[in-house]
Design a protein around this ligand. Structure first.
Ligand SMILES: [Ca+2]
Ligand SMILES: [Ca+2]
Length: 197
């Protein structure tokens, strides 16, 4: 029990200071999902927090473990938000990438994580973009992974809209239960970094 409390405290502390990386893998984890409820728009934060416990697991200090995807996330919710390129650069500075959402389970997990930490009212960048010459939708590559085409999508109905032919980057849209929207890459949002275990 003491170890579990320490893990949770570590995650919360990171929300204000995520720059310290600690490779110590010693943690415990307990995760319970209620996928049906997490897909419904929107659930309140207290419901989510009773269903899923977010822990560091084998992830570096400041990251949250998603055991089903063998990956780790860092919520970056300090003011001010960053442009998509700034966010990507920040994640790479943490030896991570902007998040790639590659399954329904991953979308559900991330939505729950956003709401659990009280950030359900914010937009957050993903690594999704269509900045290549071919115009495919891809997840940004980086230090440890190549760019990858989308194999799963959770667009909000009517998206991607590419309004004014100037929406090339993908964010979790707070107004639409964090389904995806393409937006101007120079908008400033919070963001989620991802690092594989
Ligand atoms: Ca991922
Ligand atoms: Ca759009």
């Amino acid at each position: 029990m003491k170890l579990f409390i320490i893990v949770i405290l570590s995650v919360k502390i990171c929300l204000t200071d995520c720059n310290t990386i600690n490779e110590d893998p010693e943690t415990t984890e307990t995760t319970v999902y209620n996928e049906t409820e997490l897909l419904e728009p929107p659930v309140n934060d207290s419901e989510v927090s009773t269903q899923t416990l977010y822990v560091r697991g084998p992830c570096p200090y400041g990251f949250i473990h998603n055991p089903n995807q063998r990956t780790c996330y860092s919520l970056n919710i300090n003011n001010p938000g960053l442009t998509w390129f700034e966010a990507l650069t920040f994640c790479m500075s943490m030896h991570a990438n902007l998040v790639a959402v590659e399954s329904e389970q991953e979308q559900i997990f991330i939505i729950g994580m956003i709401r659990h930490f009280g950030q359900g009212h914010t937009d957050l960048w993903t690594g999704g973009n269509t900045l290549t010459k071919r115009g495919d939708w891809i997840w940004a590559g980086g230090l440890h992974r190549p760019p990858k085409r989308f194999t799963y999508t959770r667009w909000d109905p009517g998206e991607p809209s590419n309004s004014n032919n100037n929406e090339k980057c993908v964010h979790f849209n707070r107004a639409k239960s964090h389904r995806w929207n393409d937006a101007r890459c120079d908008n400033k949002y919070y963001f989620i970094c991802e690092k594989d275990v």
